[in-house]
Design a binder for this molecule. Structure first.
Ligand SMILES: [Ca+2]
Length: 184
């Protein structure tokens, strides 16, 4: 009888450790909690943003009426500790000015934008909402995430990385920051 209980406990311990290893991982960052920021990316007050602040690329005047490249390499840089290797879905809680002010480049451990650099964009304007960005292959450990100017008039309140695919979970509300994954 004792042996049977021991066997049950071993199996339980195994199941618990395996499910912990496979449990969904989520890293949530307030956009204004960057490590460094370079103009023209700015920190901006916004009463509808989580914790009252977001990052923003100020409008250039005249604002483009057709697609143009970014005016500069303004960006916010974040350093995070990714809890497990895997494929992560990027989401940004964004506010877009219009169809020529609705994207940010997302750079991982890199500083130069190329034609292959992923970005986050959609077509819902003048409203805070979650926007699905790229899927990123990340290894466990420290990584630099750089949110860079792609179009003026774009704002970001929070961003997150999750191992749950976007067909299984879509963020709706403001998320709680996971401070344990942000490198000071
Ligand atoms: Ca915020």
């Amino acid at each position: 009888m004792k042996h049977r209980w021991a066997a049950v406990m071993i199996v339980l311990a195994f199941v618990v450790s395996v499910s912990a290893a496979f449990a969904a991982k989520k890293v949530v960052v307030e956009a204004e909690h960057y490590k460094t920021i370079k103009p023209t990316m700015t920190k901006k007050k916004d009463s509808k943003a989580s914790l009252g602040y977001c990052i923003a690329v100020p409008l250039r005047r005249p604002h483009a009426v057709e697609e143009t490249g970014p005016g500069d390499t303004g960006h916010a840089l974040y350093v995070i500790n990714v809890p497990a290797s895997g494929t992560y879905q990027f989401w940004g809680r964004c506010w877009w000015y219009d169809a020529c002010g609705n994207s940010f480049s997302i750079l991982v451990d890199s500083t130069s934008v190329t034609s292959k650099t992923p970005y986050v964009t959609d077509q819902t304007f003048r409203k805070w909402h979650w926007v699905a960005g790229p899927k990123l292959r990340l290894t466990k450990g420290v990584h630099k995430i750089r949110i860079q100017n792609r179009e003026d008039g774009a704002r970001m309140d929070q961003w997150l990385l999750t191992t749950t695919p976007k067909n299984r979970w879509v963020p709706v509300r403001i998320q709680k920051e996971t401070k344990q994954y942000i490198v000071k």
